[in-house]
Design a protein around this ligand. Structure first.
Ligand code: 3PG
Length: 394
């Protein structure tokens, strides 16, 4: 794929797709990470004298304008962080957008209203993509986290304009290639979170690609139960027992070692300060729940991390939001961070919960790459082609 190194942007109208689908409360941005990830591309283009026109979606307004999902409150936050004025247009196509773009000077930046206010965006209608494309000379996609959507502003538009990957998109693709496509082996994957049902395709794809597969969090209970372990009141998807068994037998055929917890921290309630016990998983009391992996399980994870050259991580090992059930997740995160700092491990993590857990462990700056993508990161882990990335390769 081509990057902005390959584009001559000076004096050009450059349409840049960013992901500003940010956590907001009462009209205020509560976490600006995604804005910060977009800054290098925006600043570089503006410095090179491009007229920067930002396209983004927010929420799921179902193809109709909805004042609660306006991008307007984001413009001043972006302006603040970018250190220059950012204009705003109340529509992303038509005369309103065209009028504002007409007035831009080289180096100016404008944000256009939510692309999803038009039904043509999610339907990826040619007419909508053409209307967007008519506003610019060049298209840059810097929104990896929206690249699993084949929408007008992420896919359709790229058929009508010379198209390039922005800096964050480029970093994300390069990191992900180092993670699973051409990784240094051995590779360890940690897959956690509460449900197996959302991660079946992830597990299946990983069996072909990794040497060690650590399964943690609530989803590990389903695997333990499928093996006949009595897990008391633990969260479990009993209807997925067969799926879990088939994942385990295929792993064996492929020589991929699956690591399930052997001991666990259990409690009667998921709340801070609840009395806990640490027990072998087979001895989970019938009125208690597994809420974290125990110290022996953590030791086994640490030992695999020591053997590995690459780590791909999605999903926590326990109920990390509530202390003390964050110990396994924090312990594994800190060990991976240490190995990464020592140059022994390439560590890649993604997904909302995972990023929150790494922040909690205080190691987010030490990982090789942390993706802000949720759904797109999962689809990548499933081995799926992402339409917004594929179209940049054409
Ligand atoms: C995200 O927040 O994961 C992306 O912006 C995609 O949003 P969507 O799931 O509403 O398409």
């Amino acid at each position: 794929f081509r990057t902005i190194d390959d584009a001559d942007v000076t004096g050009k109208r450059v349409l840049v797709r960013v992901d500003f689908n940010l956590p907001m409360k009462d009209g205020k941005v509560t976490d600006a990470t995604r804005i910060d990830r977009a800054l290098p591309t925006i600043a570089e283009l503006a410095d090179k004298g491009a007229r920067v026109i930002l396209l983004a979606h927010f929420g799921r307004p179902k193809g109709k304008p909805n004042p609660e999902m306006s991008l307007k409150p984001i413009a001043p936050v972006l302006s603040d962080r970018l250190g220059k004025p950012v204009g705003f247009a109340d529509d992303c196509i038509g005369p309103v957008a065209a009028g504002i773009i007409e007035m831009l000077k080289d180096g100016d930046v404008v944000l256009l209203e939510n692309t999803r206010f038009h039904a043509g965006e999610e339907a990826n209608e040619a007419e909508f993509a053409e209307s967007l494309a008519s506003l610019g000379d060049i298209y840059v996609n810097d929104a990896f986290s929206a690249a699993h959507r084949a929408h007008g502003s992420t896919e359709g538009i790229a058929h009508h304009l010379p198209s390039y990957a922005g800096r964050t998109m480029q970093a994300e693709i390069e990191a992900l290639q180092a993670g699973l496509e051409a990784p240094e082996k051995p590779v360890v994957a940690i897959v956690g979170g509460s449900k197996v049902s959302t991660k079946i395709d992830v597990l299946t794809n990983l069996l072909d690609r990794v040497d060690y597969l650590v399964i943690g969090g609530g989803m590990a209970n389903t695997f333990l139960a499928a093996k006949g372990v009595d897990i008391g009141k633990s969260l479990c998807e009993h209807d997925l027992a067969d799926t879990a068994r088939s994942v385990m037998s295929r792993a064996e055929e492929k020589g991929c070692e699956i690591l399930l917890p052997t001991d666990a921290v259990v409690a009667r309630h998921l709340r801070s300060g609840a009395p806990t016990e640490t027990v072998p998983v087979e001895e989970t009391p019938e009125d208690m729940m597994i809420l974290d992996a125990g110290p022996l399980s953590l030791k086994a994870v640490v030992a695999r991390l020591d053997l590995a050259k690459t780590l791909v991580w999605n999903g926590p090992l326990g109920a990390f939001e509530v202390e003390p059930f964050d110990e396994a997740t924090v312990g594994a995160a800190r060990h991976a961070a240490e190995l990464t700092r020592a140059g022994k491990l390439v560590s890649i993590a993604g997904g909302g919960d995972t990023v929150a857990a790494l922040n909690q462990a205080g190691v987010s700056d030490d990982f090789s790459y942390i993706s802000t993508a949720g759904g797109a990161f999962l689809e990548w882990m499933e081995g799926k082609a992402l339409p917004g990335v594929e179209v940049l390769k054409e």
